[in-house]
Write a protein that binds this ligand. Structure first.
Ligand code: ADP
Ligand code: MG
Length: 405
């Protein structure tokens, strides 16, 4: 049986087609984090798209149109969600002019007027209500401004939207960009022929969406290391009272099932033995380290404790492939960042193949100063997790297949 990853790797790559004289539409993921003043805090996603854009410029595409979403606007044309915000950074990174297109239907003729090396950036595609509905009308309109569709938005490839999926149905040539191919290759290395033991380190706060996934990955990993708010749910399931901690009462049963299935499959599970607790997350004055069994009334577990860091680090050091998604605590707050940063150090120091995915986790690895010490930093959070689950991502599904040699 072909695995989900192998079938995604079988898509046609931009490398194998000729773009000269063609109007190319590239779906990129420019959904970068910005601070409250609208400053871009991390441009990794823009930089990750450059090889694909530059390839099209260098190979004489007649026009290049970039499409992306940016945040999740509830009303069209909210300036807070305008991609105009990234034009300057993109121009600096590409070292060329980028023409911002407010309404691509009005600018159709301009995009069609083939003049070499022009780069257009369309306004936030989620300003169109049809985008998230995968509306075929919008897909057709996008298709009408190009001859070639390149999907390079790995971070959005788990979405079945007009610009990530639907548009491909109406374009004669549709291929994967270099980032898509690089990401899938990195995950293939970790999942298709991993050097064992393989450890999955999970944490973070998106418990409901991630915990069900844990069941499906038990067949792929040897060790499951759990921290963050995710581990609170498991500790509660073991019968410890996590008091005011963040956990999901509705998923206690799922946690029990994960533990039972792990036991059956011989997967080793590591949970925190101690936790950092506080009664006030926003202004943490009273901060203590206690055994996981001893969380006090009114207190919240907000990070893993030093004994857990040691335990997890030893389990990590004995692994040869490590995939990490989800911070070990509320790392955005200094006092609760130690667990996450030390686990980042432990994974980085390992002589192993190491992948980190997820917006917040990648940010934590950056802040820990370890960004260069991981084998691969994925631009996809949700997308990388769905890969682990064994799904075929919609962003790959509609693309042309590579011709077999
Ligand atoms: P990613 O973006 O890497 O996929 P998530 O979005 O699932 O990760 O989780 C990140 C968030 O989890 C962070 O904002 C962090 O503050 C939060 N978090 C981690 N541990 C805890 C905890 N014990 N209690 C509450 N929030 C937590
Ligand atoms: Mg997140």
């Amino acid at each position: 049986m072909t695995s989900n990853i192998a079938s995604m790797q079988a898509v046609k790559s931009l490398r194998s087609i000729d773009v000269s004289g063609k109007k190319v539409l590239i779906r990129v993921d420019f959904n970068v984090p910005v601070d409250e003043h609208g400053n871009i805090t991390d441009d990794r996603r823009i930089r990750a798209a450059l090889p694909t854009i530059n390839h099209c410029i260098d190979n004489n595409a007649c026009s290049i149109t970039l499409v992306s979403h940016f945040g999740d606007p509830k009303t069209p044309n909210d300036p807070k969600f305008s991609l105009r915000l990234i034009v300057k950074r993109l121009e600096r990174l590409l070292q060329r002019k980028v023409e911002f297109v407010e309404n691509f239907e009005n600018s159709k003729d301009e995009i069609a007027a083939c003049s070499l090396e022009r780069v257009f950036l369309l306004e936030n595609i989620r300003f169109y209500p049809g985008e998230k509905k995968n509306d075929s009308e919008l897909s057709r309109k996008l298709a009408s401004i190009c001859d070639v569709y390149v999907n390079d938005a790995f971070g959005a490839s788990h979405r079945k939207h007009a610009s990530t999926y639907g548009v491909a149905e109406f374009v004669p040539v549709k291929v994967a960009g270099f980032l898509m191919m690089r990401e899938i290759e990195a995950f293939a290395k970790a999942l298709e022929s991993p050097v064992r033991p393989i450890a999955l380190v999970v944490g973070g706060a998106k418990i409901s969406s991630k915990i069900t996934l844990l069941k499906s990955v038990l067949g792929k990993v040897d060790k499951l290391i759990i921290g963050g708010a995710m581990s609170n749910t498991f500790l509660q399931a073991l019968g410890y009272d996590m008091k005011a901690s963040r956990f999901e009462p509705d998923f206690i049963e799922t946690a029990k099932e994960v533990l039972a299935e792990a036991k059956e499959r011989g997967v080793k599970v590591y949970l925190p033995v101690d936790v950092v607790i506080t009664d006030n997350v926003e202004s943490p004055v009273d901060v203590k380290v206690v055994p996981a069994q001893d969380v006090m009334d009114g207190y919240k577990a907000v990070d893993i404790g030093p004994a857990s860091v040691k335990l997890f680090s030893e389990a990590i050091a004995l692994s040869n492939t490590i995939i990490w998604n989800g911070p070990m605590g509320i790392f955005e707050i200094d006092k609760f960042s130690k667990g996450t940063f030390k686990i980042a150090n432990a994974i980085a120091e390992c002589y192993a193949y190491t992948i980190v995915g997820g917006g917040d986790t990648a940010d934590a690895v950056d802040r820990a100063g370890e960004a260069d010490n991981f084998s691969f930093i994925s631009t996809g959070g949700g997308a990388s997790l769905e890969l682990l689950e064994g799904k075929i991502l919609p962003g790959f599904e509609n693309l042309d297949k590579a011709e077999r040699a």
